[in-house]
Structures are given as structure tokens and as C-alpha cells.
Design a protein around this ligand. Structure first.
Ligand code: HEM
Length: 551
């Protein structure tokens, strides 16, 4: 009996003395080890009083049951009735444990799940024990707008111990780490990159021409393009995927590694626990291989120097690596270098790839928009980025795609500052995890008229269809906004303009156009489902038809 009482008290102490305070996701190994150690000590102690192992393990089992009952009982009661978020609406089980959310998004469809939650519970919903999802159109600005006090959530320890501008949670470090990225995408650097992006877009054209008139796997082709661009910009040399039309092994490892993020991104400790317990599991190996690939590329680049003396992002990361020699250890610098490369490869390809796939879905579905772009590009130099940036319909299409399929579908969680956060009169207490699900917010009818419809004109000739411009923000706001935005826009404009100019596009015969939506996964970035299209080279006659139609 005394054992049971002590175990019960230990459960209460563990909750109120430890788990209720601070962050534990990075100490999961220690928590596990400590519990195993205590259990072993208990076995040794009990073994002194009896020789019967069965009796010892029976007692241990009883202690564990009492300990866990009191620990989780205390957690449940506290979270349901005494937590400062208990007055927010939301599913009761979500308030008790994040596992409830994880269970509902095992299919990696968090963006759809969040939409259902919003419809059921409104603008501010408790989606986790210490988490509020903000669906109000002001949500994105409230999280990242200028002068906000919010910080990055534990999600950003995803690559720990690796780090980068994207993943560092320390505001001062973040400021410093942004510098090489900002320089990479400055006007001057972009001026050097534009001709190289144009060269790779020509490779894309040739790649599509090889399958002209046949069904093209758009997801695969756009993945090759996006990764070849990253290779070129990052290392001064593309991965030759458009040339060979073969996936490098990295793509498979990466796809399997990020699949873990679909259900577990918001419960990072589960993924960490699984990696600790099963370090040789296929998923853990995929993650390791993904990181190893990125690291091997940068090490090779360090040894060989810049390719043909071309400027690349690596030169800035390598410069940063050397400049930190006196302030960081070798291990820290290696972790920063590897983290920066992994971040660049992921952020630079997964996002644009998703937007490009969605672009071809919309243009195959609504060919009149392709015609409108054609009429804009027929008299300009398509490789001239400034000229493309000035075309209203082209940019309307790009923005409308980013609105309806934001490459960061949900994500970018924050923690409110010491003064909490007020959004539309609702006070969210200090140190609460907050998330503003992009996909849902961008489809709110209080933000956009006919929110589910594809209307590129809203971005130039029909501004009355935008009710709440702050709900857009596909690249986020403020000091944490996307640094790759100039590169992303350059790719999206150029590929859309060039392919539309040269090809007619339609869905492949027999292709079910719902598949891209139905199979879309939310794995930190959007992973659209399969898209099969036919690209047919345009002839002079096509152009004449369009001119006659006045498109
Ligand atoms: C359509 C394409 C893209 C979209 C929609 C997009 C979106 C975003 C968003 C929403 C964030 C904020 C993330 C957060 O707070 O955690 C972000 C950050 C970032 N993105 Fe992008 N991105 C795109 C392309 C790119 C590209 C091509 C690169 C460069 C290789 C890039 C580099 C970055 C970096 C470095 C950050 C971190 C900024 C910071 O925290 O200071 N992105 N992006």
C-alpha cells in the first residue's frame, strides 16, 4: 500500500514539479533514461527483500500503474479545468493531449482537418493543451507582423542540433543568420541568377518536348526543375535531373523523411522518441541520408571552390562558416553549415515545386487564363525578369495560385510573448503556442470574395474581391518573412510565361482532376497529389486563333 501511495505522489510531483514547466522535447532521451534508471533501482531495492522475481515485477507493475495514473490523471484534470486556455472552444480531447490531433491527421491532411475544426468551433480554437489556432484573417499578421513579441515554437528544433536562419529560435542569432541569405537574394545577386534560371527553364522546355503530346507527370517534372534550380543557385551546378529525367536518390529519402512531418510536426517529441528508440528504422535512415546528401554537397563544394568562378549561395555560407571560427566551436559551425544547406534545399525546392504543380492544374482547368498570359508575353523578351514582373495577369495567376495552394499550408507556429496576444479583441495568454493555418485563412469569405474560385483579376483589375489583404501573406510577414521570395517569384513567373507561350496544356486523357486535391498532403510544405497533363507545342495557327479571339 505504501508503495502505491508513494508512486501516486511521485506522479503528482513529476507533473507539477517538472512537466508543467519549460520544454521537454529535446530531453526525451534523458526522461526515458531517468525513468528506466529509477525502475532498475526499484528492482534492485525490492530484490533485497525477496528472491522471487515474479513478486518483484508484480510490485514494479503496480508502482508503474499508480505513477502513470496519477501523472496523466493530474495532467488531464489540470488541462481540462485549470489551464488558462480552458475557456477557449475546441474539442475536449484536443485540450487533454496533442495525441488527439496527431491521431486525426495520420493521413497528413492537416490543412483539411483545420478547416473542419474552424467550421465547427470558430475563429479561435484550442487545438492542443497549450495551443490556439487563429483562423481570423488578421491571424497571419498577428503572428509575424512588425513589432510582434512572438517567438518560434519548439517545431523549429526539427533539425536540432543543426541550425539555420529558418530554424534558429534565438532572435539575435536569427538576425545574424539572415545576412548571407539576404545577400544571396539581393538585387545584385538576383541579377547574376536570372540568366542561369533562364538556362534551366530552357532545359525544362526540352524535357517537356521529349514527351510532347504524351501524358507528362507534372509533379515529377516540376520537382526536377525546382531541385536543379537549387543545385545551380546553391552549388553553382544543377543536379542534371532535367537532363537525365532520373530522380537522384536524395529525392526518395527526402520524400520519406518529410512524410513523418505530416502527422508528427506538431508533436515533435514523438518523432524524436521514435528516432531514439529505433535509430536504424527506415524513416530515421531516410532522415540521415537526406542530411548526409546536403552535407556531402557542401563539403565537396568547399573542396573544389566555385564552379567556373560562378557566384553561388555556398560561397556566402562558407564565408559565414569561416567568420565564426572565433565565436563558435567546430561542431556548432558544422551544424550551422549543414542546417543552412538542408534548409536551402528544402525551402528552395519543396515550396516552388508545389506552387508550380498547382499552377499547371489551374491553367489546364481554365485555359482562358493561359490565353491571357500569352497575349501579355507575345511581345516581350520572356527571359527579362523585370518585364515579367510588370505583367498583370501573369502575376495575378501566380498570386492566385499562392492564395489557393499556399506552399506552407498550415505551419509556422509561434509562442506568444510575455504580454500575450490580442487578435480582433480576443486575448491569448502569454507563452501560448499559436498557429494561423494559411490554407484556411486564405479561403475565408471574410477575406476574399468567392474565396474558393480562381480569379487572378482580383490582384490587379478587381481589387474589390480582396476584403482583407493581410490574409494573403504566402511568404509571411516582418523579420521572419521568406528570404527566397525574389527567387520564388522569378521561377514562378518565368516557367509559367515560357511554357504557356510555347505549349498548350490540358489534363491527360483519363486523368481524374480531383486527384491533385484529394491526395494533397500537408507535410510542412504542400505536397500536391499526382497531376498528369499533356503539353503540345503551339503553332503559328494557335497564335492566330488567340489573336482573333482577342485574348
Ligand atoms: C513559392 C515559394 C515559397 C514560399 C511560398 C515560401 C514561404 C515561406 C514562408 C511562409 C516562410 C516563413 C517560414 C517560417 O516562419 O517558419 C519562409 C521563410 C523562409 N524561406 Fe521561403 N518560401 C518560398 C520559397 C523559398 C525559396 C526559393 C527560398 C530560398 C532558397 C526560401 C527561403 C526561405 C528562408 C531562408 C526563410 C526563413 C526566413 C527567416 O526565418 O528569417 N523560400 N518562406
Amino acid at each position: 500500500m505504501i508503495q502505491a501511495i508513494l508512486a501516486f505522489i511521485a506522479g503528482l510531483v513529476a507533473h507539477h514539479g517538472f512537466f508543467i514547466r519549460g520544454e521537454w522535447h529535446l530531453r526525451i532521451e534523458k526522461i526515458l533514461a531517468t525513468h528506466l534508471l529509477v525502475a532498475s533501482l526499484l528492482v534492485l531495492l525490492m530484490k533485497q527483500n525477496t528472491d522471487a522475481f515474479a513478486e518483484v515485477f508484480q510490485s514494479l507493475g503496480r508502482i508503474i500503474v499508480f505513477y502513470l495514473t496519477s501523472l496523466f490523471g493530474s495532467i488531464t484534470i489540470y488541462r481540462l479545468f485549470f489551464h488558462r486556455l480552458s475557456h477557449f472552444p475546441g474539442p475536449k480531447l484536443a485540450a487533454v493531449s496533442k495525441l488527439w490531433h496527431v491521431f486525426h491527421i495520420l493521413d497528413s491532411k492537416n490543412f483539411r482537418f483545420m478547416q473542419r475544426i474552424h467550421h465547427q468551433y470558430g475563429d479561435f480554437v484550442r487545438t492542443g493543451p497549450n495551443e490556439i489556432a487563429i483562423f481570423h484573417p488578421d491571424g497571419l499578421y498577428a503572428l509575424d507582423g512588425w513589432n510582434n513579441e512572438n517567438s518560434k515554437d519548439v517545431w523549429y528544433d526539427l533539425l536540432h542540433p543543426m541550425s539555420s536562419a529558418i530554424f534558429t529560435r534565438d532572435p539575435q542569432d536569427h538576425k545574424e543568420r539572415r545576412k548571407p541569405w539576404a545577400q544571396s537574394f539581393s538585387r545584385k545577386s538576383m541579377g547574376l541568377f536570372h540568366p542561369r534560371i533562364a538556362t534551366i527553364s530552357d532545359k525544362l522546355v526540352r524535357c517537356i518536348e521529349r514527351h510532347e503530346g504524351e501524358a507528362t507527370n507534372v509533379c515529377e517534372t516540376m520537382r526536377w526543375f525546382a531541385l536543379d534550380i537549387v543545385g545551380e543557385i546553391m552549388f553553382g551546378e544543377d543536379f542534371k535531373m532535367l537532363d537525365t529525367q532520373i530522380n537522384i536518390p536524395f529525392t526518395t529519402h527526402r520524400a520519406r523523411a518529410i512524410a513523418v512531418l505530416g502527422p508528427f510536426a506538431d508533436a515533435l517529441w514523438i518523432a524524436r522518441l521514435a528516432f531514439v528508440v529505433l535509430p536504424f528504422s527506415p524513416r530515421a535512415r531516410d532522415y540521415t541520408k537526406t542530411v548526409e546528401f546536403a552535407y556531402s554537397q557542401i563539403k565537396e563544394r568547399m573542396q573544389r571552390g566555385p564552379k567556373d568562378k560562378k557566384f553561388d549561395m555556398s560561397s556566402l555560407f562558407i564565408e559565414e562558416y569561416h567568420s565564426l571560427k572565433s565565436s563558435k566551436t567546430l561542431e556548432e559551425r558544422n551544424n550551422l553549415l549543414a542546417g543552412s544547406v538542408v534548409s536551402a534545399v528544402m525551402a528552395g525546392s519543396e515550396t516552388t515545386q508545389a506552387a508550380l504543380i498547382a499552377t499547371w492544374w489551374f491553367l489546364a482547368k481554365y485555359p482562358t487564363h493561359a490565353d491571357k498570359i500569352r497575349s501579355e508575353v507575345c511581345n516581350i523578351d520572356i527571359d527579362n525578369h523585370d518585364a515579367l514582373a510588370a505583367l498583370p495577369h501573369l502575376n495575378g495567376v501566380v498570386n492566385e495560385v499562392l492564395r489557393l495552394v499556399p506552399p506552407a499550408l498550415t505551419g509556422t507556429p509561434r509562442v506568444t510573448g510575455p504580454n500575450g496576444l490580442v487578435v480582433d479583441g480576443t486575448f491569448i495568454p502569454p507563452f501560448t503556442k499559436v498557429v494561423a493555418p494559411r490554407y484556411v485563412i486564405k479561403r475565408r469569405d471574410s477575406a476574399f470574395v468567392h474565396p474558393d474560385e480562381f480569379i487572378p483579376e482580383r490582384w490587379y483589375s478587381r481589387p474589390e474581391l480582396i476584403l482583407h489583404s493581410r490574409a494573403f501573406a504566402p511568404f509571411s510577414y516582418g523579420t521572419r518573412q521568406c528570404l527566397g521570395k525574389p527567387l520564388a517569384y522569378a521561377e514562378l513567373r518565368l516557367v509559367t510565361a515560357k511554357l504557356v507561350h510555347l505549349f498548350n496544356v490540358r489534363f491527360a486523357p483519363g486523368y481524374d482532376e480531383d486527384i491533385m486535391w484529394r491526395d494533397m498532403r500537408d507535410q510542412a510544405t504542400a505536397q500536391p497529389g499526382k497531376l498528369m497533363c499533356v503539353f503540345e507545342r503551339r503553332t503559328q495557327a494557335d497564335s492566330t486563333v488567340n489573336v482573333n479571339k482577342g485574348t
